[in-house]
Design a protein around this ligand. Structure first.
Ligand SMILES: Cc1cc2nc3c(=O)[nH]c(=O)nc-3n(C[C@H](O)[C@H](O)[C@H](O)COP(=O)(O)O)c2cc1C
Length: 202
């Protein structure tokens, strides 16, 4: 009999803003991941400040301590759930800078190797009419370039200022269902991969 090991999923938003809609969505997604049998770690990128990537700085000082901390966290997780704000149709500088630093070698280990077997789901929220969906296409592309397998059916929450209730819940039932479905798919995909890993002898 095989025992179920809950897949661990690292959750963050590409916004540092206190009242970020994407942090709200990320927190909600973390809760839903736990509800469907995963183990979620929500982190706030405001707690991991890093300089803008600069190759000279990297040569001089190596990776910032927070990049190493994020790499160590990533190594403890099998999946990612990222909430992407949209700036001018793009992902935010914070999201890009964070993933760029995380992808770098710490001098011994490749940062890219940490991403290679990860599975990710992506979501977004925006006060606008399209919910930040243009950023999602780019985030999916970036994650793919890092070697991450990205699930289909990303969720974009438009009119975000009206989308959340007082307890941080999504007020629209179909959005709640779509978020649940995405979180369930992420957890079950990772659980299936775990169960069939040749390294586990399964
Ligand atoms: C520089 C900049 C560009 C923006 N461009 C877009 C955009 O292209 N599409 C969009 O839906 N919202 C855009 N917005 C509005 C953001 O969606 C809004 O600020 C949102 O609250 C950011 O996400 P957060 O709440 O998670 O911080 C932009 C905001 C900024 C500051």
């Amino acid at each position: 009999m095989t025992t179920y090991t809950p897949p661990r999923i690292l959750v963050f938003a590409g916004s540092a803003r206190e009242n970020s809609f994407n942090k709200r969505l990320a927190r909600l997604a973390a809760e839903r991941v736990e509800h469907v049998g995963g183990l979620a770690t929500f982190i706030d990128l405001r707690d991991y400040p890093m300089p803008l990537y600069d190759g000279d700085l990297e040569n001089r000082e190596g990776l910032p301590a927070n990049a190493r901390s994020l790499q160590a966290l990533l190594a403890e997780h099998q999946g990612l759930l990222l909430a992407s704000p949209e700036y001018n149709g793009f992902i935010t500088p914070l999201m890009k800078n964070t993933l760029d630093w995380m992808s770098r070698s710490d001098g011994e280990n490749s940062g890219l190797a940490l991403f290679a077997d990860q599975v990710a789901a992506v979501v977004s929220a925006s006060p606008g009419a399209f919910g930040g969906m243009r950023s999602l296409a780019l985030l999916r592309q970036l994650l793919g370039n890092l070697g991450v397998t990205v699930l289909p059916n990303p969720l974009a929450i438009p009119r975000a200022a009206q989308a959340f209730g007082e307890a941080g819940e999504l007020t629209d039932e179909s959005q709640r269902e779509r978020l649940d479905a995405l979180c369930r798919r992420l957890v079950t995909t990772l659980a299936k991969l775990q169960a069939t890993s040749p390294l586990d002898g399964g």
